[in-house]
Design a binder for this molecule. Sequence first.
Ligand code: FES
Length: 230
Amino acid sequence: MAKSKKEFSGKKDCGIVVSKDGPYLVSGGLPLVREIAVPDSEGHPVKWVKGKVFPAKGDYALCRCGQTEKKPFCDGTHTKIGFDGTETASRKEFLKQAEKISGSGLVLFDAPELCAGAGFCHSKEGDTWNLTKESDNFKSKKIAIQQACDCPAGRLVACEKKTGKPIEPDFKPGISITKWQGEKFPGPFWIKGGVPIESHDGKKYETRNRVTLCHCGKSRNKPFCDGSHM
Ligand code: FES
């Protein structure tokens, strides 16, 4: 896939503001790309593949109502349709929302309300919860870590049992427009690399390495994706 001649690497002062009943206001030159979830022969997503890279822009507005004609950018349709973008997500930190699953080699933190339905947590080798419980086995531990790190929403975070240290993919600040191979509709916006996200009321959500923001307007956990696009 050809890359844009000019790509931003993201500035330190980048961020996203969730506007009231309107788009995500992105600032700081965050790179924007498409990213496709590719399944194995049994239909389980197993890897992410980068697609189109959008030309670099300093600031831009991403559609949050799902009805724009200029996807992924806002074209003002939200005002015509009376979009209700009320933010209903918890403001609690991830670790205060998450359940804890312990194994001999790993601890898994899981906040189900953040699930975007990506499906990387299930594979023919097993699911992340059972693999964590079997994490005294090297292979199970490795697969559990990979599955947790592939979760775009950050619903799942694996930590080393001995140190308690979270194991996170190394992301630079950026936004991916997700899609599942073979699916007609796009998935959520995948926000990577610790981009600050601010509510329309000025309060900040916890800054995390990976979260997914609703793209279709239907989530019941706005601004985060809850898998309603599926
Ligand atoms: S948020 Fe503006 S068109 Fe969707």
